[in-house]
Design a protein. Structure first.
Length: 522
């Protein structure tokens, strides 16, 4: 794939993005994420990222550095370079940035594969450098959630929700580089070249940075901008659908395309400090509580208006095709999605793998917080919807009638709310223990033993129990459909497997039950 691979939409207003593949032997772009192929190359790849870029930009992949037509590019993506850039190549990149181009750099922890060394050499003209460490959450020693602090929203993150980071490194900054996202309550574990992936001892030691550390940064260079991420894993196909990840890339591309403009430059930071200074002066001059409250309210209101204007200017809706989306409704219950923390292979209540594997049939899983977000999506998944209001029941029914496919996941300790079942014409649920599943026709998972499941009535049976009670069933409903998975316990991570491991034959069969409901359609 060279310049002939350019996506041709005919819309010259779309950002023009080039991804440099010529220097990287990681985060591959040619390994499919499907039902048949597993392993590091099919998960630690950027196929999903590339697909998203091609849907909303004129994206090209450069297999050779000479393939990059800098005069026809707005944003250059440099990802995990395992080979150094020559002095001529670096000079050409900086000529591009100084002329108004955007440079998006993706690195990772502890100089893995030598990538930090090559990135730091490339970034020498800036005040951004990757440190030889790995960032961990101080309390859970796992991933960290990056959020935009009050009043400090950088233009590159204006549309980005809290984001679950994997193991990044810290970024050392010197002016005029500015932080974009700052980790809170974390520590930076110094690397050790003798260890796997050059990780340290995963414990905080005196002298190692702790508390607040920079994990994403930017700098205006000439007429252009540079944006640096210190974690590559989150952009991999198996984590790309996590909240905040694709938005980070989409907003980053729009930000970089804007160049060194008033909307994006360091003048924002200066203006905020001037406003704060003005607030202090006003409070000192008019020390009454009323003046203080009014002044603070005006500044907060101005910040909200400014952020809203930038959000409109950096609209990223075109980067998402909701017709492929499968929404997983997050209700803050005990059944976990990839939102606040990383799950482990022994977790009995995590549905992280079920969420991620939706991508193996060409769908895009999304964590949603309200049913309004499900409008226009391909399907909606409700995991143990034990408490759902009458208003939400009506919303779900209307969505399904309008063409959305609904997947209900139930387990003995997490039944679906009876109000919802009744509205969908589904009968009462009955927990069952120790069952060999029977199949209708060539149904997947027939003949498999489960130690617990749930049966219902009112559905066309797919899998049944010993007394022919329906355990997995489906029905048409309006223009949509309903799939009831009464074997929800089998989709928890401890039984369904991790996102990177090759599934067992048993896991494949339960996956097939889910896939059948998601394959058809656009």
């Amino acid at each position: 794939m060279g310049q002939s691979d350019i996506h041709t939409s005919g819309d010259r207003q779309l950002p023009r993005v080039a991804v440099d593949e010529s220097h990287s032997e990681w985060s591959w772009l040619d390994a499919p994420y499907d039902e048949d192929q597993y392993g590091s190359k099919t998960t630690y790849n950027y196929v999903a990222l590339l697909e998203m870029l091609r849907a909303a930009t004129t994206a090209s992949v450069a297999q050779e550095f000479s393939d990059i037509a800098f005069g026809e590019v707005d944003v250059l993506v440099v990802k995990m370079p395992t080979r150094r850039y020559s002095s001529d190549e670096r000079e050409e990149i900086w000529r591009f940035v100084n002329g108004g181009g955007g440079l998006l750099v993706i690195g990772d922890h502890t100089n893995v594969f030598g990538t930090s060394r090559h990135i730091n050499e490339l970034l020498e003209p800036t005040g951004i450098q990757l440190e030889f460490d790995g960032v961990n959450d101080s309390f859970f020693h796992q991933r960290q959630v990056l959020s935009n602090g009050f009043g400090s929203t950088h233009a590159a993150t204006i549309n980005v929700p809290p984001t679950l980071m994997a193991t990044s490194c810290t970024l050392a900054l010197s002016p005029p580089a500015v932080p974009v996202r700052i980790g809170q309550s974390v520590y930076a574990d110094r690397g050790e070249y003798s260890n796997f992936s050059f990780f340290g001892d995963h414990t905080w030691t005196l002298g190692e940075p702790a508390g607040r550390v920079v994990q994403v940064a930017s700098e205006a260079v000439g007429r252009g901008q540079v944006l640096v991420f210190s974690d590559s894993t989150i952009f991999s196909t198996f984590t790309f659908a996590f909240p905040g990840v694709w938005e980070s890339i989409a907003n980053g591309v729009v930000f970089l395309r804007s160049g060194n403009s008033l909307l994006t430059s360091w003048t924002q930071q200066l203006f905020r400090w001037l406003c704060l200074f003005g607030l202090v002066l006003l409070v000192a001059r008019h020390s009454t509580p009323t003046w203080s409250i009014v002044t603070l309210a005006v500044l907060i209101g101005w910040q909200g208006v400014a952020n809203d204007l930038r959000a409109r200017a950096f609209n990223i809706d075109s980067f998402s095709d909701s017709r492929r989306d499968v929404g997983f409704l997050y209700r803050g219950n005990e059944f976990l999605l990839p939102l606040e923390h990383e799950t482990h292979s022994w977790d009995t209540t995590s549905y992280h793998s079920m969420f991620t594997r939706v991508g193996r049939v060409g769908r895009i899983p999304r964590v949603i917080r309200s049913l309004d977000e499900a409008k226009g999506m391909r399907a909606l998944v409700l995991i143990s919807a034990t408490q759902i209001s009458e208003r939400e029941v009506a919303e779900v029914v209307e969505l399904v009638k309008s063409g959305l496919d609904l997947v209900l996941v139930a387990r003995a300790d997490g039944l679906v709310d009876e109000k919802l079942l009744e509205a969908l014409g589904i009968g009462a649920q009955t927990p069952i223990n120790k069952v060999v599943l029977r199949g209708e026709g060539s149904a997947p998972a027939a003949g498999l033993y489960v130690d617990s499941c749930v049966s219902v009535t009112g559905l066309d049976p797919i899998l049944t129990g010993a007394s022919r009670e329906t355990v997995v069933g489906a029905k048409e409903f309006g223009e949509g459909s309903v799939l009831y998975l009464g074997v929800g316990r089998e989709y928890a991570v401890d039984r369904f497997g991790t996102v990177k491991s090759a599934p067992t034959q048993r896991q494949r069969q339960f996956a097939e039950l889910m896939y059948q409901a998601l394959r058809d359609g656009p």
